[in-house]
Design a protein around this ligand. Structure first.
Ligand SMILES: NC(=O)c1ccc[n+]([C@@H]2O[C@H](COP(=O)([O-])OP(=O)(O)OC[C@H]3O[C@@H](n4cnc5c(N)ncnc54)[C@H](OP(=O)(O)O)[C@@H]3O)[C@@H](O)[C@H]2O)c1
Length: 279
């Protein structure tokens, strides 16, 4: 196997960290970048892109906060141009399943002149243990909108295993891989599964999107985040087409995708859901 120099943008996040671990174990040279790394990489500052891309062969691109936000197109255009100039061979872009706003960025990557694979992910299981919804679980009250939505939650371990494979396997060039879990679950169902796995009282409270957005504003979150969550709840979870389960994880990895029960059991065993919430 050829040893590759692989850049992981967002390499300290939910999927990036796991991709970095996988590819390091396979013997590749990894450069993880984010705002606090050396070299530092900041999506808001294109002057930081060049140092990150220098001497790299391939890159995993995690845009933050989301490809749907204004500003993402310019950033992805600049990054892919610089990647081509720097001599990169291939990129894998993490995108969101059902996010029509993200498709413009997918097109930019597809037309960049680089080899590429697009990985479209459903909502992550790890939002409840490493992301925005952890505090709700710790507080024992998960108040979220869209109670009727059936979401094919996907595990970050599966996304990372798929990304690690398609990033170094050129037979996936030009393909779009849709990664979901093996079943659709409502928020109420996943809350019940987490409660049982952690032996803790956790309640699901259905609220409206406006109530959720008001809560975000009261918590002092910027307007751009409030808009983004409104978009994700309304556009992504509100569209029944986005609730389909995909078989791509099994097709790429030759094993089934992880179900929510397994994620909940493994996560509960770490004790993270039985800690006290830190305000
Ligand atoms: N979470 C989901 O359910 C979900 C579902 C589908 C798709 N996605 C996509 O996954 C991506 C990541 O979302 P996430 O919320 O799960 O985050 P994440 O990957 O867990 O963490 C974000 C990463 O980006 C870095 N980062 C933050 N701000 C940055 C900036 N200005 N410049 C450079 N790096 C920055 C962070 O490191 P530093 O803070 O150290 O800079 C961290 O490594 C988004 O594009 C999202 O659309 C997420």
């Amino acid at each position: 196997m050829k040893t590759e120099n692989i850049l992981i943008i967002g390499g300290t996040g939910k999927t990036g960290r796991r991709v970095a671990k996988n590819l390091t174990q396979l013997g590749h040279n990894i450069r993880v970048v984010g705002r606090k790394t050396e070299p530092a990489f900041d999506w808001e500052n294109p002057d930081t892109y060049g140092a990150a891309l220098k001497d790299m062969d391939r890159a995993y691109i995690v845009y933050y906060p989301d490809l749907a936000v204004p500003g993402s197109r310019n950033a992805i255009t600049t990054l892919t141009k610089k990647a081509l100039e720097a001599g990169l061979e291939k990129v894998v872009l993490l995108s969101g399943k059902g996010e029509t706003e993200a498709e413009a960025c997918e097109d930019i990557v597809a037309n960049s002149g680089l080899n590429y694979t697009l990985v479209r992910a459903s909502w992550f299981n790890q939002n409840f243990s490493e992301g925005a919804f952890l505090d709700f679980v710790l507080d024992g009250v998960v108040a979220l909108p869209m109670p009727e939505a059936e979401i094919p939650f996907v595990d970050a371990d599966d996304i990372a295993d798929v990304v690690s494979k398609v990033l170094i396997d050129d037979s996936y060039n030009g393909q779009t891989i849709t990664v979901t879990g093996p079943q659709k679950r409502t928020f109420k169902e996943v809350v019940e599964i987490m409660a049982e796995a952690s032996n803790k009282h956790i309640q699901f409270v259905p609220i409206s999107i406006d109530e959720f957005k008001d809560g975000m504003r009261k918590a002092g979150l910027p307007d751009s985040y409030v808009w983004l969550f409104g978009y994700l709840f309304q556009e992504v979870l509100g569209n029944p087409d986005n609730q389909e389960v995909s078989n791509d994880v099994a097709k790429v990895l030759g094993r089934p995708a992880k179900d929510f029960e397994t994620y909940a059991r493994q996560t509960a065993a770490t004790g993270i859901w039985n800690q006290v919430s830190v305000e």
